[in-house]
Design a protein. Sequence first.
Length: 689
Amino acid sequence: MSGSQQSPEPSRRRLVALGAGALGAAAVGSFLPPSLQQALAAQAGAGALPQGGLDAIEHVVILMQENRSFDHYFGTLRGVRGFGDRNAIRLPDGNSVLEQPGPLHTVLPFPVRDAAAAQHKDLQYIGALDHSWDGGAKAWNKGWHDGWITAKTAATMAYYTREDIPLHYELADTFTVCDAYHSSIHSSTSPNRNHLWSGRTGYEPGGDRAVGNDAYDEGTHPGYDWGTYAERLEAAGVSWQTYTEWENFTDNQIEFFAGFKAVARKALAGTGLTYMEAFYAKVRDAQDDAAREELLATLEQGVSTLTRSERSLFERALRRVPTGKLAETFAKDVAAGKLSRVSYLVPSAVDSEHPSVSSPIHSATIVYRVLDALASHPEVWRKTAVFINYDENDGFFDHVPPPVPGPDVTEEHWQGLPTGLGMRVPMLVVSPWTVGGYVCSEVFDHTSVIRFLERWTGVREPNIGAWRRQVTGDLTGAFDFHRTARLPSLERPGPVPEFSGRWAPQPPARQSLPEQEPGTRPARPLPYQPDAHVRVQDGRLTLHLANAGPSSVHFALYPYAGESAAPQHFDVVRERSVPVDAGTSYDFTVTGPNGFRREFQGRTDFGGDVTTTVDGRARVLRVRLRATGEGPRTFTVGRRTVTVRPGRTVTVVHETGHAKGWYDLEITAEGFRRRLMGHIENGRPSVSG
């Protein structure tokens, strides 16, 4: 959670030591509880989903875990944008983004399992890396995405596989995984959780942007002064509840907002303390039960002085339960019919999945118990959606450069750098309406969780900026409210290994690119229909970007022949033309969502061009070959050779129906090359590429 492993927040040092000693105490049962298996079987037997669309949902449960990147967890998962990604960008040195340059040598992604065997360590207990604002900027490196080794060390490239984290893979295979879900900012936990709770991260009291963990210094920090979505829900009469424990790794971000700090100070007036973490630290460290009960009784006296509205905020946001009792408390509310419309779960350090105090297998404990609590009451499960996401990537590598705003979006910049989107992190959507092992490749970030709640409750969050609303979705695309569900196959995990110390994985002496699991998976329909082509006139080159889908498309241009100093970013609702500064030759690539790619290489005096049109209804790519010079031009289009006379145009129709809408077509001529890649949407579920 801190900006670097070497300098953790002082308030956490005691917790880190406590968590390390407690790691061996947890036990994990079945990955998917028998109750959930039965609920899924009953759902499949009924042959239909609960009807009513979004209105069929009565409860949303949000479990945000800690510090893992998408590639770190799911780079080898079948059918997602992982290590087998054909659209992986090329670095300026000509290598794939998966071949990260280091001060001594290039480092490729490597398995944690192999490193653990070579270093005689337990694969569950790797340590944390730098995940500060500065470190994130260095890894991103102006959009070239090639600074990971110098910013994070070679351990950044370590990844897990299905054998290592079968819980996560089974959830992905059973429900829906989002492979374009990003953290909200290139930084640490606090600013990312600000986006989850409020839709933005604003400014510190001193005027600096809130891009670090400054709020954890609760003794001096006055609290953030912009509102939270929880307060919007409160004002609208929509029930919500935070579940957290005496020890919560200071992850309950709502405690750091000024309105809630004021309630805390009033409730703690008789304790001599001014903020919740200081009080509960004293409760945890009490010498015996009698001293602990005395402290808690003093708190209750203070709580009794709160007004009705203050008491409601305290009980929903600030009340903590004894360490180890989060899941039990949640389960009791489910059983008693007291589950709020919106529930935020904030686990303890040992259950947080943070690589400095927890492990992937430890988070299985809390996930298992939460899903069991819901599925043990099928009438609740049938009305509930669970979001399992991660606040940030720690320092772990992800190969997909995130969408970032142009320099004109000033609210999304600080110190000359874009504040987001951040790196991809895992997101699993668990519900009756997401069964089937789907992948959803729509672009999301943490503000998408709030936007889902907006759609569902009708309560709007004004903190979310216009750019984020344009470039990210609202997570409804991950759901299918009409499909008949199918029952997945299930497995069981092994026990939690005994804690054996933290370590940093080192790459092997002989490296090779990782292999992704073979095969595809069903894919949710996407709201994008991108296209791009280049026109040359009088030696001047213009890039034409287009989008026939209902949602804005984010394009990134990677200049390999010096067309610009760094990658450029464009958000396109319908069409946009961009001049490209090219000399006599050019070499650049344009990427977009879900594997969209256009490679442009050639000479500006070629005397011909290629333009395209995407036909979603017919699911074909129409390629127009044109000769603009004095002589004919001969193009090779895939396996076809086409000669175009001067001043004429020939249209080639490239069918994609047999490939479920996917295409990868190369067009060449002497001194000219295009590569066209992508997926043609038709509004229906498809398969991954």
